[in-house]
Design a protein around this ligand. Structure first.
Ligand SMILES: *Cc1c(COP(=O)(O)O)cnc(C)c1O
Length: 374
């Protein structure tokens, strides 16, 4: 049995090695390292896949979130409502731009923002909502979008963990994660569901003016060569990464299916065990299982981790500290008890290995040892 890893990019590469190597060689031969045909080709392939009018490639997912806030003209003091049960980047960019993150609680079963809590947090200063489609499942976007419309708020989707997930509206239409709000953001960090071999990210929008603004912002606020209309950033996806992504995009649905198979195996093994709550799958969203995250009931989590590690099974806690209790946000005055659901989750979640290359043998090993420990 191959060693079990949280993410196994090496085995995945072995299967697509020829295509990837050819794509990279083509970029190197052409020497069009920045903004070359590979980037344009990937951009249109992704626009097609997502059915979104514009994909704007950029340097990483964190930049994408920052560029979105800049393009929307958000100003210091503006309030932006988001989740505290996410990776720091979601709210970090708010801090960088002087915007005020307002953290609201999540639903215990989906780990995603609770729409009723969002409405309670809206004030005259609120300008935007940032839903995070955590672990690969969409937030319940229809009521969230209705709320945003009612209060005239922007919606910036953090789709860094959910590329490819489908949301189904009440009328039966479906849309991809990241294409429902004003702007969607994603990351191509290697371990993400669509990952490159370095850093990368992208913004999505249906709005022509925002597309225009964001293409300028990623390039130093420059719309005409050496004429700078605004302060921008330097954030680009390089051609080598785009070549890798073009190959991997073709496999994305197949990769999601492999992740779902692994999740089903876990679910079936754990069904009925009172100490484990398996991830819930909402009827309004497909799940692309960026992570497979269990909630533990009356289990010593530290002991579980130690035990699993002793049989060579890595497990991770996503996330141990909610954002409102991070030192980086101490100035906001968040305290324990503010977000009870989020805080409880931080104390009882555990994520198992999840990637496209998990073998039956590995899945059996993981589930057998976890159940034995319990
Ligand atoms: C990975 C991630 C980001 C940041 O993406 P980078 O490409 O690492 O900058 C932001 N938000 C979420 C939810 C993420 O998982």
């Amino acid at each position: 049995m191959n060693p079990i890893q949280m993410v196994d990019l090496k085995s995945q590469y072995q299967k697509i090695k020829n295509e990837i190597n050819a794509g990279i060689a083509e970029v190197v031969e052409s020497s069009a390292f920045i903004n070359g045909p590979a980037v344009h080709g990937f951009q249109s392939a992704l626009e097609n896949y997502l059915s979104v009018k514009h994909v704007i490639p950029c340097g990483n997912g964190t930049d994408a979130l920052q560029i979105a806030m800049m393009a929307l003209g958000l100003k210091p003091g503006d309030e932006v409502i988001t989740s505290a049960f996410t990776f720091i980047a979601t709210a970090e960019v708010l801090g960088l731009l002087g915007l005020t993150p307002i953290f609201v609680d999540v639903e215990a079963h989906t780990f995603n923002m609770n729409v009723a809590e969002i409405e309670k947090a809206i004030t005259p200063k609120t300008k935007a909502i940032v839903p995070v489609h955590l672990f690969g499942q969409c937030c319940d976007m229809e009521p969230l979008l209705d709320l945003a419309k009612k209060y005239n708020l922007f919606v910036i989707e953090d789709a860094c963990q959910a590329i490819g997930a489908d949301y189904t509206f009440k009328d039966g239409t479906t849309k991809k994660a990241g294409t429902m709000g004003t702007i969607g953001c994603t990351s191509f960090f290697p371990s993400k569901n669509l990952g490159c071999y370095g850093d990368g990210g992208a913004l999505f929008t249906h709005d022509d003016h925002l597309d225009y603004l964001m293409r300028g912002i990623v390039n130093h606020g420059m719309f005409k060569r050496y004429y700078h209309e605004m302060i921008g950033v330097n954030s680009r996806l390089d051609s080598i990464q785009a070549a890798v992504l073009s190959v991997k995009l073709k496999h994305l649905d197949e990769y999601a299916a492999a992740r779902r198979n692994a999740a089903n195996f876990y679910n079936e093994a754990f069904v009925g065990n009172p100490k484990l709550i398996t991830p819930s799958c909402a009827d309004y969203s497909s799940h692309v299982f960026h992570q497979y995250t269990l909630r533990l009931q009356d289990v010593d989590r530290a002991k579980l981790i130690e035990n699993m590690n002793s049989v060579e099974v890595p497990v991770m806690i996503y996330y141990p500290v909610p954002l409102h209790l991070q030192n980086a946000f101490a100035s906001l005055g968040g305290k324990t008890g503010d977000l009870p659901v989020t805080e409880a989750l931080c104390n009882k979640v555990i994520s198992l290995p999840m990637h496209t290359e998990l073998s039956l043998e590995q899945l059996e090993w993981i589930t057998r040892h976890l159940l034995k420990f319990l």
